[in-house]
Unconditional design. Structure first.
Length: 485
């Protein structure tokens, strides 16, 4: 009888334990439902993984991610990123964030990947999607993307650049159409008529010629002449003349820039250099050199995505918004399209990172996307800049659609402040963006830089022969290796 009582008591004890365990597993006390919702969470469950029967939340794991961090001269952007890091760690105190000083370079990425030194996520450009994916240097984030609640509100034109073969390999940050930024004050000081936004190559030529003062080291325009940037700058004129970088025929990529359009665009560069004498005497300028020359008042015009130029001109060069005008690229002829290269900035996750690191990197990237907290941080940044006498430069194209509900909220914030740069509606209406080529675009830019440098350094350069030679090199060295499925 004693044994029966003992057994009965043991059974009751076991039942109580089981019920308690079940109650805990079902969160009957409601603790799980009161957990804060992730902003940019990859899934609704908090990505809990089962380990030996115990649920482990990603918040409970010690995770380290290295992030893309703005350059040292981007002081205001660094402040904005520091605020994001602070707010992210309030939600994810288990994550250690390391600031990476490496910025994407196509000639360095292979070395970084081989040495496992690339950050958990890094910045890149629209041209690099296929290059990175084909070499296995961009993580497939399709699952994270499909579980992302705001994926359908991302700007589809920008995001499509990193959607390849039904998979997702990067997240859009912002985009741009290449523009010409004009120092209006320099033109006014020399009584040069400010051209209409609906301008042409001839208008650009005459304005640059009039503004140039070689004896004082002042150029009318500073087309980039060093690095891949030179080929990138020139491609805008190729597009405006009606040309293309490449075509795809029968599964093969064919060079197309050695066309009449290409010859006309190269001849325009030749005239700016030798007839107008409008470009810098030291024409071997990369992006930073050309943009720096504009910010310092040493050139009247520069060709680039407007945001970076305006940031330097207004916040480092001390210029005023009314003195800096953002133009579309000039049309080849009156009535033609103002076509500029459509580019963008993207964030790519390192495929060598662990699954937890990849997920946390995705959460960090999208942390402020469509978030009221993100707007609050943005407004605080604008207010801080105003106190310091600085300007906020909105991207021309953002990760969200401008006509979306969130886009309207962001615009409402911009409209409240006079230190937010406002692009001309007339200019914006003329912008015509053309995406960069799908294959080996950076290689094409690099090869085009060689012929551009010949044109700038040698007045008697045979433009047609040089262009055809460059196309032959690009075709044999790069395009012939590609099989388009």
């Amino acid at each position: 009888m004693g044994n029966k009582k003992a057994i009965a008591l043991l059974c009751i004890t076991l039942m109580i334990s089981i019920l308690a365990a079940c109650s805990s597993g079902n969160n009957g006390n409601g603790e799980a439902t009161n957990e804060p919702t992730d902003s940019g969470s990859a899934n609704g469950s908090g990505n809990k993984a089962t380990d030996a029967g115990k649920e482990v939340d990603i918040r409970d794991k010690k995770i380290t991610i290295s992030i893309y961090y703005p350059l040292p001269d981007q002081v205001e952007n660094r402040k904005l990123e520091d605020d994001k890091i602070r707010r992210f760690n309030e939600v994810y105190p288990n994550v250690e964030i390391v600031k990476s000083d490496w910025h994407y370079n196509p000639s360095e990425i292979g070395i970084k990947m081989a040495a496992n030194e690339a950050p958990t996520f890094f910045n890149t450009w629209a041209t690099e999607a296929k290059f990175l994916v084909e070499r296995g240097w961009a993580a497939d984030i399709t699952e994270l993307w499909n579980n992302y609640e705001y994926k359908d509100q991302i700007n589809p034109l920008l995001q499509s650049q990193f959607n390849i073969d039904g998979k997702v390999f990067g997240v859009s940050q912002k985009g741009y159409v290449v523009t010409t930024v004009v120092n209006k004050k320099m033109l006014d000081d020399k009584a040069i008529a400010v051209p209409d936004y609906d301008w042409t190559w001839e208008d650009m030529y005459q304005t640059a010629k009039a503004a140039a003062d070689p004896s004082k080291g002042i150029s009318g325009i500073a087309p980039m002449g060093k690095g891949n940037e030179a080929g990138w700058n020139w491609t805008n004129f190729l597009f405006e003349a009606g040309g293309d970088i490449q075509t795809i025929e029968g599964g093969k990529v064919q060079a197309a820039f050695q066309s009449e359009a290409g010859l006309r665009a190269l001849d325009f560069y030749n005239k700016l250099r030798w007839e107008a004498n409008a470009i810098p005497q030291d024409w071997a300028l990369g992006w930073g050199d050309a943009v720096g020359a504009f910010a310092q008042g040493r050139t009247a015009m520069v060709i680039a995505g407007a945001e970076g130029v305006l940031e330097q001109a207004l916040n480092q060069g001390g210029m005023h918004p009314e003195d800096v005008l953002t133009y579309p690229m000039p049309a080849g002829d009156k009535g033609g399209k103002h076509t500029g290269v459509l580019g963008g900035d993207y964030l790519v996750i390192n495929p060598n990172a662990s699954k937890d690191e990849q997920e946390m990197a995705f959460r960090y990237i999208t942390f402020d996307y469509f978030s009221d907290k993100g707007l609050e941080s943005l407004e605080a940044d604008i207010q801080s800049r105003k106190t310091e006498g600085k300007y906020y430069i909105p991207p021309q194209m953002n990760y969200y659609s401008s006509d979306s509900e969130y886009g309207q909220k962001a615009q409402a914030v911009f409209d409240k402040y006079d230190n937010v740069y406002k692009y001309s509606a007339e200019s914006d209406a003329l912008l015509d963006g053309k995406p960069e080529a799908q294959y080996n675009t950076q290689d094409y830019y690099a090869e085009m830089t060689n012929i551009i440098q010949e044109v700038f350094s040698n007045k008697s350069t045979d433009l047609k022969a040089g262009l055809e030679k460059t196309a032959k090199t690009v075709q044999e060295k790069y395009f012939d290796e590609i099989n388009v499925e």
